[in-house]
Write a protein that binds this ligand. Structure first.
Ligand SMILES: Cc1cc2nc3c(=O)[nH]c(=O)nc-3n(C[C@H](O)[C@H](O)[C@H](O)COP(=O)(O)O)c2cc1C
Ligand code: SF4
Length: 679
């Protein structure tokens, strides 16, 4: 263990990192009025507790008010941020973790229509497709102002006791000057590479003047935009060398690719089903060519790859960012020889897709992330009284309940109707691209096994066999079944997306998939149909297509649908279906118009979420203490209390996950964690 390359210290100037693992900058969107208050701090401190060598806080803390926070970013230009950051820094330092912050001007990668309503700017007035705002061309007075803003912000970060800063230069303002794709200027900031980087060099000068020569200043920079019209690798390397030659920068954090569209972004931050560590060799090449301290993060999700990155000399500091969103205790587990207990990052990118929708970062299967104030990442407090707990269903909600209750020291039996655990996750894993999702189940099964949880498979639980266990608590996690009976007429003529995904129903030559859910099952079934070569139209009543699927996760589906000529129709509803010979005749209308049309087709698939499998719950309700009731007040105050509604009851009864209503994996897991941590 002592010789583990990941656990070796690394020094830049005076600053020693205790190991080679870092979390790269990522904006979790926990700020309150631009300030990193308790939620933000506790999130960072949890990673420090877990042993990380460096936490690069914030993601793009903004240096100027005309860089409106796109993801609830921190306001690095405000004086009142200093004490908040100081608190984070001090508390992380208590665990030996070094703390830096990424600062930026977002340029065109934001929107003008909030915060101070200032116009946004870029090197040239070219719209970024992802944020859809039209920037103005930065004028001389903007450039002077922003150069000063960088220096002032850096000074504040130093005042907050931080160990250093990182300047962001990929997809934001600085590199919009570097890239031929975005810089069309005719003045001294356009044209030659020297001209295009002169603004950045002035920014670096301004920062150095503010913070002096000792403070650590790095740059997270694109060194190859991997784009026909963008910055080439040769130019990127030239820029890197030119920046190093200033002697004012202490490390490079290497990025490959461009981020102006969702598909491009997924190449920089790969999602599920994309190769691991795709840019590690590239970062290594920059290391080799510059011999300079190199940091890098891009889907290095497992410890073995991270170890290789350092051992092979490609990187000095390895970012495992989403991996630490899923499990903040990676370093601690490496040190304690418990690598096999690391909660795996399954690459779902729920964390990142959420911030692009204006929500905060949450992990698909760690409901404690971002809720450190109340939710434990590790269940360490044992229950005062050991209880017998029966869990019905071994999907994500049921297994989370079993895991948490078992960690509390209770005695657990799980009944599962099928011959394996996983529930709906088994359907998701039918997609090759999403097979890593099984990690959500396997991680829990492994813990349950260690804690002697008894799982009885092939057992359709009845009240009798549940009660024969003499349970103190019963948790119903029976999930749901597809809800296809939603048409005014002819619901019996349709199949469900689950029928298609599981392969239970054959696929015909021309198919309509009616997606009145807008989530993953519709897209997954559509992909299977399209891959088979059938003619497919997806009809959705919504204004936008697939609103429950995040921008990054939508990318591979969109690619497939375009390539397979899938027709997508929005704002239309299927009202009814009639059979005519061997064909189906659909009546279609819309919430927006009275116009009615008909269509003839061979097969209709309907997606409308699930209906709960809840008969057991209702059968067991009467004889429970709580009559199934959950005290929402204590639940949302994060200290769940059982309530008694029937003193003659024999057990407490709870329902979790889709057994209540059709939702998602995160909510199923959170249901279980927040009840079971206090049972
Ligand atoms: C929620 C979230 C927010 C992010 N925000 C930023 C950001 O503001 N600035 C930045 O340079 N990178 C940001 N990133 C990218 C990460 O720093 C990192 O490059 C990326 O997650 C790939 O590394 P990983 O595979 O180890 O997660 C963000 C990532 C996540 C998950
Ligand atoms: S949401 Fe998915 S990608 Fe993000 S940290 Fe959790 S497991 Fe990893």
């Amino acid at each position: 263990m002592k010789n583990d390359p990941l656990l070796q210290p690394y020094k830049i100037k005076h600053l020693e990192f205790k190991n080679r693992l870092m979390v790269s900058a990522h904006e979790p969107s926990y700020a309150e009025e631009g300030m990193p208050k308790d939620r933000y701090r506790l999130y960072q401190v949890e990673r420090a507790k877990g042993g990380i060598g460096l936490t690069m806080t914030a993601g793009s803390a903004v240096v100027s008010p005309d860089s409106p926070p796109a993801y609830n970013n921190l306001h690095a230009y405000k004086d009142e941020i200093v004490p908040w950051l100081k608190k984070i820094t001090n508390e992380c330092h208590d665990y030996g973790t070094k703390v830096m912050i990424q600062i930026t001007h977002l340029g065109r990668r934001t929107s003008w229509n909030h915060s101070d309503w200032l116009p946004i700017l870029s090197s040239s007035p070219i719209r970024e497709p992802a944020h859809r705002s039209f920037p103005k061309e930065a004028e001389d007075w903007d450039i002077d102002r922003i150069i000063k803003d960088y220096g002032d912000a850096a000074q504040k970060m130093k005042e907050a006791g931080m160990d250093g800063i990182e300047i962001e230069a990929y997809g934001h303002l600085l590199d919009s000057f570097w890239s031929p794709a975005t810089n069309k200027r005719q003045d001294e900031f356009g044209g030659s590479i020297e001209n295009r980087i002169s603004f950045s060099l002035k920014v670096i000068d301004s920062i150095r003047k503010s913070v002096g020569s000792d403070f650590i200043v790095g740059i997270r920079m694109v060194a190859d935009e991997d784009w026909k019209i963008g910055l080439t690798k040769e130019e990127g390397i030239k820029i890197a060398k030119r920046i190093i030659a200033t002697n004012k920068i202490d490390f490079l954090n290497i990025i490959k690719g461009h981020i102006d569209t969702d598909p491009a972004l997924t190449k920089v931050i790969p999602i599920q089903g994309m190769p691991s560590a795709p840019h590690l060799d590239f970062a290594g090449e920059i290391k080799q060519k510059t011999k300079f301290p190199i940091f890098h993060a891009a889907k290095i999700n497992d410890v073995a790859t991270a170890r290789h990155a350092v051992a092979s000399g490609k990187l000095d500091m390895v970012g495992m960012t989403r991996a630490h969103i899923a499990d903040p205790y990676i370093v601690k587990k490496i040190i304690e020889n418990k690598e096999d207990t690391i909660r795996p990052c399954v690459g779902a990118t729920y964390c990142l897709d959420r911030i692009y929708e204006g929500k905060e970062t949450l992990c698909i299967h760690n409901a404690a992330t971002g809720r450190e104030q109340y939710m434990p990442h590790e269940i360490t407090s044992k229950a005062k009284k050991i209880k017998k707990i029966v869990v019905v269903g071994a999907g994500p909600a049921g297994l989370e309940a079993a895991r948490v209750c078992a960690e509390r020291g209770h005695n657990i039996v799980v009944f599962e109707a099928s011959n394996s655990a996983g529930g709906q996750i088994n359907l998701i894993c039918k997609s090759n691209r999403r097979k890593d999702m099984i990690g959500i189940i396997d991680w829990r099964l492994e813990i349950c096994k260690k804690l002697n949880v008894k799982i009885i498979y092939n057992c359709l639980a009845s009240s009798e066999n549940i009660l024969s266990e003499k349970p103190d608590v019963i948790i119903i996690a029976t999930g749901g079944v597809p809800n296809t009976a939603i048409l005014e007429q002819g619901s019996d003529l349709v199949s469900s997306t689950w029928d298609i995904i599981s392969g239970n129903v054959g696929i015909q030559d021309d198919v309509i998939l009616y997606d009145d859910n807008g989530s993953y099952p519709g897209l997954q079934a559509a992909e299977i149909i399209a891959n088979k070569g059938s003619k497919l139209e997806i009809i959705s009543p919504e204004r936008f297509f697939s609103p429950e699927v995040g921008g990054m996760n939508y990318v591979p589906y969109a690619k497939n649908f375009i390539e397979k000529n899938v027709k997508i129709t929005i704002s239309k509803r299927i009202k009814g279906i009639k059979k005519r010979d061997n064909r189906l005749v659909l009546t279609i209308n819309s919430d927006y118009s009275d116009k009615i049309e008909t269509k003839e087709i061979s097969q209709v698939i309907v997606e409308h979420g699930t209906i709960p499998v809840d008969d057991l719950y209702f059968n067991l309700k009467k004889n429970s203490f709580n009559q199934g009731a959950v005290d929402y007040k204590s639940l949302i105050n994060q200290k769940f209390k059982e309530i008694i509604k029937n003193s003659k009851g024999s057990y407490y009864l709870y329902r979790v996950g889709d057994a209540i209503s059709s939702r998602n994996i995160h909510s199923a897991i959170y249901d279980s964690l927040r009840i079971c941590k206090d049972i």
